[in-house]
Design a protein around this ligand. Structure first.
Ligand SMILES: [Zn+2]
Length: 400
């Protein structure tokens, strides 16, 4: 297994990254031997990865980071960097490599204080003598202030520092930043490729894999979750009933409340799974036994963790609502496809009856306005409008 195996349907991007990783390796080897830089290197210090949700933008950046840190002895025999097995690759992929720093948005923005810490780190030499990798997971959420904090560092990084920025599209990134990066664009993987990977790697039944890949339109993580998680299937089924329940104001308000409740449950479930474990791990690191008291001066560290957990819970809720909106958009897109007699295959074949009924009873203009209402709701969430208000405005706008 090489580090690239998690990329689905991205042959061109993979090829470019593998070439850059090989050249990066040649550079490290030359430096270690006191030789001059090799000529014609495809390695560069700032990369911008873009692609639609689910195309694996961050997966690609992380795979590249792993290849840069690969220390496999096979390479002396001509093997390519990115073996997937050595300590360099492994710790990079699981997120514990000392020379890879990941920075992500907290809420709607990447905070300027996080960015300043990261910039400071970017000027230090890598501990293992290879590359200091800085991965910015949500580069579209850099505001003016945090973008200004990184500008100089991206333009003139330390000799062994590599910036990997991720965003949905190039237009989402401030021009000052994107003009300094080499750009790689990932595409939505074909449904077939996603289904194939679910079968091959996750051992999912072909039929289930195809249904999940089709329903999520090539979004690999969502497809996997849908194929393996009973709760995810139940949640999706509930969301796809919303279009049938918006006949009157009462039904609309109830549907909105239920969307919120489900998202809150999702967030609680994630919190349950991770918070207790993280807290125990931190306590163990601080030398506290089970049920023991915190040593003097460590309460602040615990508070920071709790604050992070609280923010994550809120973010999970918003992500879950966002997913529901994606599913609703997909539903109405199918309705529109039928109304316009388009030849594209329906994504939500499991609710074909409902789609046919609504397509028959309404007009394409109406469907377009409904899609707009769903998109407006997403924008409202981004503007941090109270989630329940945003959902209510949407379900009321979906009303017959
Ligand atoms: Zn390796």
């Amino acid at each position: 297994m090489a580090v690239w195996d998690d990329l689905v349907g991205q042959a061109k991007v993979e090829e470019q990254l593998a070439a850059a990783a090989r050249d990066a390796d040649a550079l490290v080897t030359a430096h270690a031997a006191g030789e001059p830089d090799p000529e014609a290197s495809t390695m560069t210090h700032a990369w911008l990865f873009t692609g639609p949700p689910g195309s694996g933008v961050e997966t690609a950046a992380r795979a590249f980071a792993a290849a840069l840190q690969c220390v496999s002895p096979d390479r002396a025999l001509g093997g390519a960097p990115g073996c997937g097995f050595c300590t360099g690759c492994h710790t990079a992929l699981v997120g514990t490599h000392a020379d890879i720093t990941t920075v992500a948005a907290v809420g709607a923005v990447v905070r300027v204080e996080d960015m300043r810490d990261t910039v400071r780190k970017s000027y230090t030499a890598p501990a293992n003598g290879r590359w200091q990798v800085i991965l910015v997971a949500d580069a579209e959420r850099l505001n003016e202030k945090s973008a200004n904090a990184v500008l100089k560092a991206v333009e003139e990084p330390a000799p062994r520092t590599v910036w990997l920025l991720c965003a949905p599209s190039i237009e989402d990134v401030l021009p000052t930043i994107r003009s300094r990066c080499r750009h790689l664009n990932l595409r939505t993987p074909p449904v077939e490729a996603v289904a194939d990977v679910l079968v091959r790697r996750d051992g999912i039944e072909p039929e289930t894999a195809h249904a999940a890949a089709r329903a999520t339109q090539g979004h690999i993580d969502r497809a996997r979750r849908l194929a393996t998680d009973e709760r995810a299937r139940a949640r999706r089924a509930a969301v796809l009933k919303v279009p049938l329940r918006v006949h009157d104001v009462g039904g609309c308000l109830k549907a909105a409340q239920e969307l919120i409740d489900t998202a809150t449950e999702d967030a609680n479930q994630v919190a349950e799974e991770t918070d207790a474990r993280e807290t125990e791990e931190l306590k163990a690191a601080l030398g506290v036994g089970p049920g023991g008291r915190l040593p003097r001066g460590t309460a602040g560290v615990m508070k920071d963790l709790e604050a992070d957990q609280k923010r994550r819970k809120k973010r999970t809720q918003i992500d879950s609502l966002d997913l529901a909106l994606t599913e609703l958009t997909g539903f109405y897109r199918d309705v529109l496809a039928l109304q316009l007699r388009s030849r594209t295959a329906l994504a939500n074949t499991d609710v074909r009856d409902a789609i046919e009924r609504i397509a028959h009873d309404t007009t394409p203009e109406r469907t377009l306005r409904r899609i707009e209402a769903v998109l407006a709701c997403r924008e409202a969430l981004e503007r941090q409008v109270a989630p329940l208000l945003a959902m209510e405005a949407m379900t009321l706008a979906l009303r017959d």
